[in-house]
Design a protein around this ligand. Sequence first.
Ligand code: FAD
Ligand code: NAI
Length: 507
Amino acid sequence: VRVFRWLWRLTYLSVLGSIGYVVYDGYVARHPEDQFVPDPNKKTLVILGTGWGSVALLKKLDTENYNVVVISPRNYFLFTPLLPSCTTGQIEHRSIMEPVRQILRHKKAAVKYYEAEATQIDHARKVIKITDNSEIKGTITENEVPYDMLVIGVGAENATFGIPGVRDHSCFLKEIRDAQAIRTKIMDCVETAAFKDQATEEIDRLLHMVVVGGGPTGVEFAGELRDFFDDDIKKLIPDIADRFKVTLIEALPNVLPMFSKQLIDYTESTFKEEHIEIKTKTMVKKVTDKSVEAVITHPDGSKETVTIPYGLLVWATGNALRPIVKDLMSQIPAQKDSRRGLAVNEYMVVQGTRDIWAVGDCAVAGYAPTAQVASQEGAFLAGLFNNMAKTEALENKIRELSSNLNLKPGNTAEITQEIETVEKRLRRTRDVKPFHYSHQGSLAYIGSEKAVADVAWLNGNVASGGKLTYFFWRSAYLSMCFSTRNRVLVSLDWIKAKIYGRDVSRE
Ligand code: FAD
Ligand code: NAI
């Protein structure tokens, strides 16, 4: 009884503590401290993008050291790891968005933000051309922003490899609008399949959800889709219960190539149990409005062309360069051999430039294009820039003390000692180590409340898959959400979906 009483007290206190923390966090979010405008004579640091790399940089940057300008067509940060859950309504999209204005308002010194797309970087003139591509236009829709220092964190586009029909007929899964479009389309397919006297063949086509690309995006989406159908659609529209089908098409011999063999096998067998068909060694060559054409390579090496009808097609075949990145690369001779993005050195400086840095999916630093890498690179740059500002301040201090040496000959010993102390600090500040990526592991949700994880542990790797890993996946992603507000909203969405089911209304 005593143990139970203590446990009860502990739970009570931790619930009370959490509520107190959430209330306090909300108060801080609503009552930011006054900001000051940085000295206009300081250098202008322009940051492109509001994704993982740029926001990690902004989070840690001492904005009082520069005139910081952020340019991005997206006025929010998106927590991409939970984006596949938004396609089915397991999580509502606003729960994983954090307004960039909110992030910037909490910096010590004011930061300018322009909701615009950077269309060109004029490397020679050190200016960026920007365009307002939003629906509502003012009298000025294009302008130029000069920079002293530039950070490019524009991410990547969806790769289509020029395959005909992909852009016209498939859905991508990169942005919020993609997830919303998929959610609407799933229900459109379902309701159309349930239409009075719909032909059997047409029902089968409409309820065939095809996912191209067996990377983590494709796998996580396929898992979420199957859950949605099994947990909700099947119960609400039992007439079509046996007809729903998910197929995952992958050109390579297996899905999730970045995971260990054991987890690849586990994912493939789980998909089998969930009735998700995996077609490996199958390369999609053409897409039409109702079917995909793919070439299957059989074990004996022979090839077969098949036509696969679909109702919904989701294209998740990885990343391609954004036009602005391609254009900049064409201006810099040192970038001519780089194919996958801006080649950077170990300090994230774009090779062939002195004042341009790149982070995340648009940079080639020898790491995979993941949020984990992008955020570590962004945080590294913040440290580097904070250090550069400190170095400059210390150099100015030495200059000032040296001139005092001439002006106040009586205090020579005292000033010399002070110069030595500042010089020591300067040496320490200048000693910046190059970027070092620390891999924490890979996680992916595979449906049926199961996840796979390759987690770095001591000097090795621990591979695990199943329900327990799913709880680990949930708690890891919850703790990684940008703000407490996001964490609260995501938790409430999970609870809501568990109790009431996902919302199947089609917007
Ligand atoms: P992004 O986060 O894509 O941000 C790019 C920013 O640049 C955006 O704000 C965009 O609006 C802006 N932008 C674009 N063009 C311009 C322009 N011309 N001018 C100015 N701004 C521009 N990684 C993981 O490590 N773990 C995961 O679980 C994980 N899950 C994922 C799930 C999905 C569905 C997807 C699509 C990706 C996932 N990733 C995950 C990968 C991860 O999201 C990316 O690696 C990461 O977003 C890259 O960060 P970034 O800052 O380079 O680009
Ligand atoms: P990806 O590049 O990881 O995988 C794309 C897959 O599509 C490849 O396996 C490729 O062989 C296949 N493909 C390409 N063309 C094809 C075709 N014509 N027909 C059939 N298959 C084809 O892309 P993804 O999944 O979009 O991920 C992009 C990045 O984001 C990766 O670095 C990934 O690690 C990261 N990410 C990480 C997640 C996680 O850690 N949970 C979740 C989602 C993305």
